[in-house]
Design a protein around this ligand. Structure first.
Ligand SMILES: [Zn+2]
Length: 572
C-alpha cells in the first residue's frame, strides 16, 4: 500500500510537472542565511522565501530551481515538511547548463495574487563551470574568463540568476544555442523579480586562520537599499549583511578574498597583491571623478565598491554599486570611467533601469567629453551602438503594433544601458546641460512611479515640449531614425551672401534632433534640425562660402543606416 501511494505520488508529480506553469509563481521576498566554506567550495543555505501566484489560475504545484550543483535539503510550509520531487531540469540560465528543480506540492492551492511562505534549506558546491559556453563551441580557454563564478579557497565570486542559481528561481528552460532564448528568459525573470526584496546574511568560515578575509556583497544605495559591505573582516571567519530592496535590474553577487584594503570614502577599494599599480589608478582617479559626478548628480548618498579579480582576464561585472574589475596592469585604464559610473549609482538611486544604468553610462560619455572632447565621447557611445543596432533594425521597419523593448519597461541590458545612454545624451543636446542638471537634482526614486514622471520633470525644467521624443524613444520601441538629405539647393543673394536650403528626410519611426554640418571652401558650419518620424524638415542655412558637402549626424543620434548621411554638391 505504501509502495502504491509512493507510486501514485510519483505519477502525480510527473504528470503535474509535464503541465507545469514554471513562471506562475514569482519569488517576492528572500530572507536567506548562507554559510560558505571556501576550502570545500561549499555553500549551505537556509531561510524563507515568499511566493506569489502571478498566474490567472489557482496553483498547487510550484517548481523551485537551483543550480544543478546544489541540492534541496528541506522545504516546509508553516513548519511542516511538504512533498516534493527533485529532478534535473536542463537550462542555460545556470552556468552548469542545468538546474536542480524541486517540484513542490503545496498543502493547498494558492489563488491568483495570493502568496505563500516557504522555509527552505539547500547545500552543495559551486565550482568553475563553463559548460553552457563550451557546449556551443566557445573554446574553454576563453569561456573560463567569462564564466568565472566559483567558490574557491583563494578567490570566490558568484553572480546570481542568469549566471548561477545560488538562490531559488522559477523559470522556463533557457537555451544558449537558440537565438535570444537565454536573454529572453533572464530578462523575464529580472522583470518579474524587479520589485522583490532580498535580504542575505553571508558567513564564511576558513581553515586558514592567518588570513583576513573580506566578504563583499554589495550594493549600497540608501533610498533603495541598506546593504552592508565587508563588515567586519575577521580572522578565519567573516559575516556580511546585504539587502537589495527592491532588486530592480540588479543581479545579487558576492565575493570573498584576502584583499588589500585601500578604501577611502566613499570608495571601498579592494585589490590583490601584485596589482598595486592598477589599484593606484583607481585611487588617483577618485578625486576628479568625485568632483565631476557631484557637479552633475549631487553628493554620493552611500559608498561604492570596486574589487579586484584574481584572474586578470576575467570579464568585469557590476552588481548595484559594486564593480568587480581586474586591477592588473593595463586593465585599469578605465579606472576613471568605471569610478564615474559607480559614483553616479551612489548619488542617484533609482529602481528604473533606464534611469539608473542609462544615466551612469551617459555620465561616462560626459566624463570622456570633459577629458578628451566631444568626439572622444561619441566614440565611447559608438561602442554601445552595436549592442542594440541589429535588434532595432527589425523595429525600424516592423509594423507599428510590434512592441519591441520600450525603454521605460525593458529589462534587456542592451536597451537600458546602451540605448538609454544615447537617449540621455540626446536629451542633454535637446534641453542643454543646465536644464538637465536641474532635472537630475529634482529626481527622486520614490516619486518615479507615474510613467510620465521623467518627461514632466524635463518639460518643467526646459520649457520645451518633449512628448514626441518620449513617445518615440522611451514609452515605445520605434526602432531608430534614418536620415538623408532629400534635397539641397545652394543660392546666393544679390549682395553675395551664400545660403543653402536643405530638406532632411527621416525614413524611420523615431524622430530626433540631429546635428547637420555644411562644409564650404574655407571651413564648416553646424546647426541642429528636428525631424520627426517619417517626415521631412526644411531649413535655410547661411554659409560663409560656397557649400561643398553636407554631413548629417555626428554620431550623437543612433541611426539604423549611417551610409546615406553625406550629401555632396555638384561642382559649379
Ligand atoms: Zn551600473
Amino acid at each position: 500500500m505504501k509502495c502504491f501511494a509512493a507510486l501514485c505520488l510519483l505519477y502525480f508529480c510527473a504528470s503535474a510537472a509535464s503541465a507545469l506553469d514554471r513562471e506562475a509563481f514569482t519569488v517576492t521576498k528572500y530572507d536567506l542565511e548562507i554559510r560558505l566554506e571556501p576550502e570545500q567550495q561549499r555553500l549551505g543555505a537556509r531561510g524563507k522565501i515568499s511566493l506569489r501566484n502571478d498566474s490567472t489560475q489557482p496553483q498547487r504545484v510550484v517548481a523551485l530551481q537551483l543550480s544543478s550543483s546544489l541540492n534541496w535539503r528541506s522545504i516546509r510550509v508553516a513548519g511542516e515538511p511538504v512533498q516534493y520531487v527533485s529532478q534535473p531540469y536542463s537550462s542555460d540560465i545556470d552556468h552548469t547548463g542545468a538546474l536542480s528543480e524541486a517540484v513542490v506540492t503545496l498543502p493547498s492551492a494558492i489563488k491568483p495574487k495570493d502568496s505563500v511562505e516557504l522555509q527552505i534549506g539547500y547545500e552543495g558546491v559551486i565550482t568553475a563551470d563553463a559548460t553552457r559556453l563550451t557546449r556551443i563551441g566557445v573554446p574553454e580557454a576563453i569561456a573560463k574568463h567569462t564564466s568565472w563564478d566559483q567558490i574557491s579557497p583563494l578567490f570566490t565570486a558568484v553572480r546570481g540568476a542568469g549566471y548561477v542559481a545560488w538562490y531559488p528561481i522559477t523559470t522556463e528552460s533557457a537555451d544558449f544555442s537558440e537565438g535570444n532564448s537565454l536573454f529572453e528568459v533572464t530578462d523575464r525573470w529580472k522583470a518579474r523579480a524587479a520589485k522583490s526584496e532580498f535580504k542575505l546574511i553571508l558567513k564564511v568560515e576558513s581553515n586558514r586562520s592567518e588570513e583576513v578575509l573580506h566578504l563583499l556583497c554589495g550594493t549600497e544605495a540608501p533610498e533603495l537599499t541598506s546593504a552592508a559591505v565587508a563588515e567586519p573582516p575577521g580572522n578565519a571567519s567573516a559575516r556580511a549583511e546585504c539587502e537589495w530592496k527592491p532588486l530592480g535590474a540588479v543581479t545579487p553577487m558576492f565575493a570573498v578574498a584576502s584583499y588589500v584594503d585601500l578604501s577611502k570614502a566613499p570608495l571601498k577599494l579592494f585589490s590583490l597583491p601584485g596589482h598595486e599599480q592598477g589599484a593606484g589608478k583607481y585611487a588617483n582617479a577618485l578625486e576628479p571623478a568625485t568632483a565631476f559626478v557631484t557637479g552633475w548628480f549631487g553628493p554620493a548618498k552611500g559608498s561604492v565598491t570596486i574589487a579586484d579579480f584574481a584572474d586578470p582576464h576575467a570579464a568585469p561585472f557590476e552588481s548595484g554599486t559594486m564593480l568587480l574589475a581586474s586591477m592588473a596592469g593595463e586593465d585599469s585604464k578605465l579606472a576613471g570611467i568605471n569610478l564615474v559610473h559607480e559614483l553616479v549609482h551612489a548619488s542617484l538611486p533609482s529602481a528604473k533601469p533606464w534611469v539608473y544604468e542609462g544615466l551612469a553610462h551617459f555620465a561616462e560619455a560626459m566624463y570622456r567629453q570633459e577629458q578628451g572632447g566631444r568626439q572622444a565621447a561619441l566614440d565611447l557611445l559608438g561602442l554601445h551602438r552595436a549592442a542594440f543596432l541589429d535588434a532595432e533594425k527589425e523595429y525600424t521597419s516592423a509594423p507599428s503594433e510590434s512592441k519591441g523593448q520600450p525603454l521605460i519597461s525593458t529589462f534587456d541590458e542592451a536597451y537600458y544601458r546602451s540605448k538609454a545612454a544615447y537617449v540621455w545624451w540626446m536629451l542633454r543636446d535637446l534641453v542643454g546641460a543646465e536644464a538637465l542638471k536641474t532635472v537630475i537634482a529634482k529626481y527622486r526614486a520614490a516619486d518615479d512611479i507615474e510613467p510620465k514622471y521623467v518627461e514632466n520633470l524635463m518639460t518643467n525644467g526646459s520649457k520645451r515640449d518633449l512628448a514626441w521624443f518620449f513617445d518615440d524613444w522611451v514609452y515605445h520601441d520605434r526602432g531608430l531614425p534614418d536620415f538623408k538629405v532629400q534635397s539641397a539647393h545652394p543660392w546666393t543673394t544679390e549682395k553675395g551672401v551664400h545660403f543653402v536650403t536643405v530638406t532632411l528626410e527621416n525614413a524611420g519611426r523615431a524622430g530626433a534632433e540631429v546635428p547637420l554640418t555644411v562644409s564650404y571652401d574655407g571651413g564648416e558650419i553646424s546647426t541642429r534640425l528636428e525631424v520627426r518620424a517619417n517626415s521631412t524638415t526644411t531649413t535655410r542655412i547661411e554659409v560663409p562660402g560656397t557649400p561643398t558637402r553636407i554631413l548629417i549626424n555626428d554620431g550623437s543620434v543612433p541611426e539604423s543606416d549611417l551610409s546615406n548621411n553625406v550629401f555632396t554638391f555638384a561642382a559649379p
